[in-house]
Every structure is written in structure tokens, then in C-alpha cells.
Design a binder for this molecule. Structure first.
Ligand code: PEP
Length: 261
């Protein structure tokens, strides 16, 4: 039985003081929910030190990017060592906004995921098709390429690489986020989500073996809100959610997270 995971993606919202205030509120009102559901917030880089310093290990703090090199002349990037030093749990990688506006590719995203996992940090690897790709009938082709090319670049081939020390909390998660559903208010239907998730799990099984694939969490992302969350959480291959807009207000986000119990 996979434990559900819900992570808020705060994108480029909130100053560090607003982020700290809202994170504190979220931690407080979510109470002991973290005992039943893995919870996290992926925050802008400048907010990570303040949030991670609270050491609220029940509610994880994630970054929204991290580089594959240990250090070097990579202006604007964050290293895995920097994140570890702050007590940041992991990073959202390959988000469609990174792919669309900052030239992230399957290969660069994969290298980032590889570096995180090798350091024992978690990674939520985002994949998903555009509307044009879906309408062309290329959904499976696109998802397969994102996974295969990503893990090839990551140098990750074995179950042990992606599971890590705790089989109940694998280092790797996948977020299936159809690009047309992100920030549009037009979520995929639960049937569409389940179909894509089952296919993602099938491809993960080809790469890492069926037992490993059955342990990895696959989050759905794209206009999830408190009203539709239950319909996704009840799909057999949906193991949680990556949430943008609906994660920004602590009270509403707690309401959404409660649907994952
Ligand atoms: C996201 O940013 O990953 C996302 C899914 O956004 P939203 O929930 O706003 O669609």
C-alpha cells in the first residue's frame, strides 16, 4: 500500500516573510496529518533557509530546482550540497514551466534527478504532455520519452537507485502533470489521470522492475483543488497531488491535503 503524498508548488509567489508566515500556519493547522499523508511545500530558493530552519520534518521543504554538478560556474543554480546543508528534503524537477520558459529538457531534468537521488535527497520528477501532443494521439509516446530519456541521463537503472533507504518513502516520485491542465482550472478527468498514471507505472516497471514500480508514488498535478481532490485520490494509480494555485492559501491547502487520507 503506497502512502499518499501531497506537495504544494509555490512557484514564484510569496516573499520570504510571507512564505514563512504561511508555512507556519500550514504546519500548525495541518496538525498531525503528516502522520498519515506525506506533506511538503516546494518554495522559492530565497524562502528555503527560513522554512527549512523550522525543522518541521513532518512537513517537508522542497526546492523547485537543483543542479547536477557539485559546484561550479553555474550562475543562478543551486547545488544538492546547498540544499542538504539547509535540511531541504528534495526538489521538484522538470516542471513544465521550467521546460517551457527555461529550456529544461528530459536530459537536463534527468541529470538533476540523478544528482539528488545519489545524495539521498528526494525528487519529484515532472512529466506531461501538451494539448497538441494529446490531440495528435502522442500521449504515451511523449510520456515514455520523458521517462526513458530522463532516467538514461540520470544514470538511474536499478530499483535501489530510486527507492533509497526507506522503501515506504522512495526517494523518487513522478508527477504526471498534463501541461494543458496546469493553472488553467481545467483539470484532467480522473479517468484520464488514471489512464496516464497506469501507463507511467508500466514504463517505470520496464525500467526498474515491477516490484519497484509498485512502490513508487505517482502524483497527479493540474488544477487540483479541495473540491476535486477526492476524485483523483481514489484512482488506484494516483498516489497524491502536486498542487500549484490551491496550495497558496494555508486553510484551503490543508482542506485539500485532508482528502488524501
Ligand atoms: C503546478 O504548478 O505544478 C500545478 C499543478 O499548478 P496548478 O495546481 O495551479 O494547476
Amino acid at each position: 500500500m503506497r502512502r499518499k503524498i501531497v506537495v504544494g508548488n509555490w512557484k514564484m509567489f510569496k516573499t520570504p516573510s510571507e512564505a514563512l508566515r504561511d508555512f507556519n500556519e500550514f504546519v500548525e493547522i495541518s496538525g498531525a496529518l503528516w502522520d498519515r499523508v506525506d506533506l511538503g511545500i516546494a518554495a522559492p530558493a530565497v524562502s528555503l533557509p527560513g522554512m527549512a530552519a523550522l525543522r518541521t520534518n513532518g512537513v517537508a521543504v522542497h526546492s523547485q530546482n537543483s543542479h547536477w554538478e557539485k559546484e561550479g560556474a553555474f550562475t543562478g543554480e543551486l547545488s544538492v550540497g546547498m540544499l542538504k546543508d539547509l535540511n531541504v528534503r528534495g526538489s521538484v524537477i522538470g516542471h513544465s514551466e521550467r521546460r517551457q520558459y527555461f529550456a529544461e529538457t528530459n536530459a537536463t531534468a534527468g541529470k538533476r534527478v540523478g544528482a539528488l537521488l545519489r545524495a539521498g535527497l528526494e525528487s519529484i520528477f515532472c512529466i506531461g504532455e501538451t494539448l497538441a501532443e494529446r490531440e495528435r494521439g502522442d500521449l504515451k509516446k511523449v510520456l515514455r520519452a520523458q521517462l526513458v530519456e530522463g532516467f538514461e541521463a540520470a544514470g538511474l537503472h536499478n530499483a535501489s537507485d530510486v527507492i533509497g533507504a526507506d522503501a515506504n518513502r522512495p526517494l523518487l516520485s513522478i508527477a504526471y502533470e498534463p501541461v494543458w491542465a496546469i493553472g488553467t482550472g481545467k483539470a484532467a478527468t480522473p479517468v484520464e489521470a488514471q489512464e496516464a498514471h497506469a501507463f507511467v507505472r508500466e514504463v517505470l516497471g520496464e525500467i526498474f522492475g515491477a516490484d519497484c514500480a509498485s512502490r513508487l508514488r505517482i502524483l497527479y498535478g493540474g488544477s487540483v483543488n479541495p473540491a476535486n481532490a477526492t476524485s483523483f485520490m481514489s484512482c488506484p494509480d494516483v498516489d497524491g497531488a502536486l498542487v500549484g494555485g490551491a496550495s497558496l492559501k494555508p486553510v484551503a491547502f490543508v482542506e485539500l491535503c485532508q482528502k488524501a487520507q
